[in-house]
Write a protein that binds this ligand. Structure first.
Ligand code: NDP
Length: 502
């Protein structure tokens, strides 16, 4: 991560301004130096974004779509530049970065292509009482949206807010994680190539304090992705100004394997869902509940697969390092707690933790009250517990303070079990597929946050609904006036009772 540093201003004459560096977690090598933006600088950035907001909103859906499409094509052309930077700042394998960008391109396409259909003014029925009126609803941009992003998916996750907020007509001030500032700057710089007129997407860099300043800067909404603990601080800061917040926090997602499941597919998916991106996925698979009848076979297959994974910095690696050094201790503590409470490591164990890398760890029979089951591990570990049947699996999956995503492997009962899960998104017979369907909203409840990115809900999240009625002719029964007749309201009540009261 970021080391404190001092950097001269471009002129070299002004006093030194605080800066920090990002480093490659694989090697510790320097990647880039970025300013620590102060509260005053954040406020200035937001003020400029506010001016830009009027211009950007005024372009209308068609022109914004053109610009967003141009940005998508530019990103598509320069994928490898961005992949190199993402890998340097996060340590993730290049194909993981490429897969992230596949999703980014598809979401950009959907957000730009659907904003007008979802948000434009449309008529709604007025109902019997107001048949003399015409009613319309439209979703107008909020103004300036502050996006606070994480380091684990430094492009895909913030784009879930940025693309949808921009398509809805807002400008965005983006605060990337201090571990991935270069990626944030790359996004803002390339956006400025297709929208050179105004800073419609701008970036502020720094640590949590810069993020806190963004919360207090008077933006019209904050879209936050990160831990629930930081989410609480963001919410508290936003409370002062009644700034609305969208919260995408962590998860402890469960995968359920029912008795008629394709057990090989389930094991393969569970290991990928748990260990891809070194397990640093908010909606990654952290717990498996497998029915007794399939448990031995499932554990055998999952163990075989986990043992084949190559960990390191070399080009063929399946898993890179942990991006954030402090996360290594969290992962270690979860493995230690699981084993101290009687859980068994069938792949790896405490020795698997070799900072900055964590080798795959598969734990079985871990008690429900272990922190390896209750808390987000965010590492390449998988807890597999046996259950009597799928209903018990649903009960245990739901017994979590998190409620983000989930997966079910089943033939007969797939959709039924999905409906019983307290989760914002569920994949049946695959993992994480919902994230790749741009039309599907993404988000959770409980400690996993609130609000939705992606899809129609994700577009509306960055708008305010405006309802308008227009009177076409005077109503027959004039009740909403001081000059109404003595029996008008009673007549109206009789009418409503006849129509709706029986
Ligand atoms: P944080 O929640 O601390 O960071 C997320 C973002 O919030 C970063 O941009 C961070 O900036 C910023 N931030 C930090 N403090 C403040 C503040 N007071 N006000 C406003 N913004 C702030 O995540 P961590 O990196 O510490 O990760 C910790 C845990 O969070 C992980 O173990 C994992 O469980 C969970 N997590 C979940 C993610 C998800 O996708 N849902 C993503 C990342 C983490 P900076 O990085 O500069 O401090």
């Amino acid at each position: 991560m970021a080391q404190p540093a001092v950097e001269d201003t471009p002129s070299g004459k002004d006093r030194p301004r605080p800066a920090f560096t990002s480093t490659d977690p694989r090697t510790g090598e320097f990647v880039g130096s970025h300013p620590v933006h102060s509260a005053a600088e954040v406020a200035a950035r937001v003020a400029v974004a506010r001016i830009a907001a009027g211009w950007w909103a005024g372009l209308g859906f068609a022109e914004r779509k053109e610009r967003l499409d141009a940005w998508r094509k530019l990103i598509s052309r320069r994928v490898e530049d961005l992949v190199t930077l993402m890998c340097a700042e996060t340590g993730k394998p290049a194909d993981d970065a490429r897969l992230e960008l596949v999703l980014v391109i598809s979401h950009l396409h959907w957000a730009a292509g659907n904003a007008e259909r979802v948000l434009r003014r449309r008529g709604v029925r007025t109902g019997m009482l107001m048949m003399n009126q015409v009613a319309t609803i439209e979703y107008q941009p909020l103004g300036v949206v502050g996006v606070i992003g994480p380091w684990n998916y430094p492009v895909f996750t913030p784009i879930g807010s940025i693309a949808y907020a921009l398509a809805a007509g807002n400008t965005v001030v983006f605060k990337p994680s201090e571990y991935t500032p270069g990626v944030g700057v790359w996004l803002a710089d390339t956006f400025a190539e297709v929208v050179p007129e105004h800073p419609v997407l701008s970036v502020v860099t720094g640590s949590g304090e810069t993020g806190a300043a963004l919360c207090r800067s008077g933006v019209d909404k904050i879209a936050f992705t990160g831990s629930a603990a930081t989410g609480r601080r963001v919410l508290a800061a936003c409370a002062d100004t009644l700034t609305p917040v969208l919260m995408e926090c962590g998860g402890k997602d469960a995968l359920i394997v029912d008795e008629d499941a394709d057990v090989a597919a389930a094991a393969e998916a569970a290991v990928w869902g748990a260990m891809a991106n070194a397990g640093q996925s908010c909606a990654g698979v952290e717990r498996v509940y497998v029915v007794d009848s399939l448990a031995d076979e499932f554990v055998g297959l999952a163990t075989d697969r986990a043992r084949t994974l190559r960990v390191g910095a070399h080009p063929g690696a399946d898993i890179g390092p942990m991006t954030v050094p402090s996360q290594v201790d969290v992962v270690r503590s979860h493995i230690a707690d699981a084993m101290a409470r009687g859980g068994q490591a069938v792949v790896g164990g405490l020795d698997s933790v070799r900072s900055p890398y964590v080798e795959p760890v598969v734990l079985v029979d871990v008690p429900q009250d272990s922190i390896a089951v209750t808390d987000e591990t965010f590492g390449p570990t998988l807890v597999i517990n046996r259950v009597r049947n799928a209903d018990e699996a649903v009960e245990l999956a739901n017994a979590s303070r998190y409620a983000l995503g989930a997966s079910v492997f089943a033939k007969a009962r797939g959709p039924e079990l999905a409906a019983k899960l307290r989760a914002g998104m569920v994949s049946v017979n695959s993992v994480l597929s919902y994230a790749a369907v741009p039309a599907l909203p993404f988000g959770g409840s409980g400690e996993s946050g609130f609000g939705r990115i992606h899809g129609e809900d994700g577009l509306r999240e960055f708008t305010r609904a405006q309802s308008v009625t227009r009177q076409r002719f005077r109503p027959l029964l004039r009740a909403m006036t001081f000059v109404r007749g003595g029996r008008t309201v009673r007549k109206l009540l009789r009418l409503v009772r006849l129509r709706y009261g029986r």
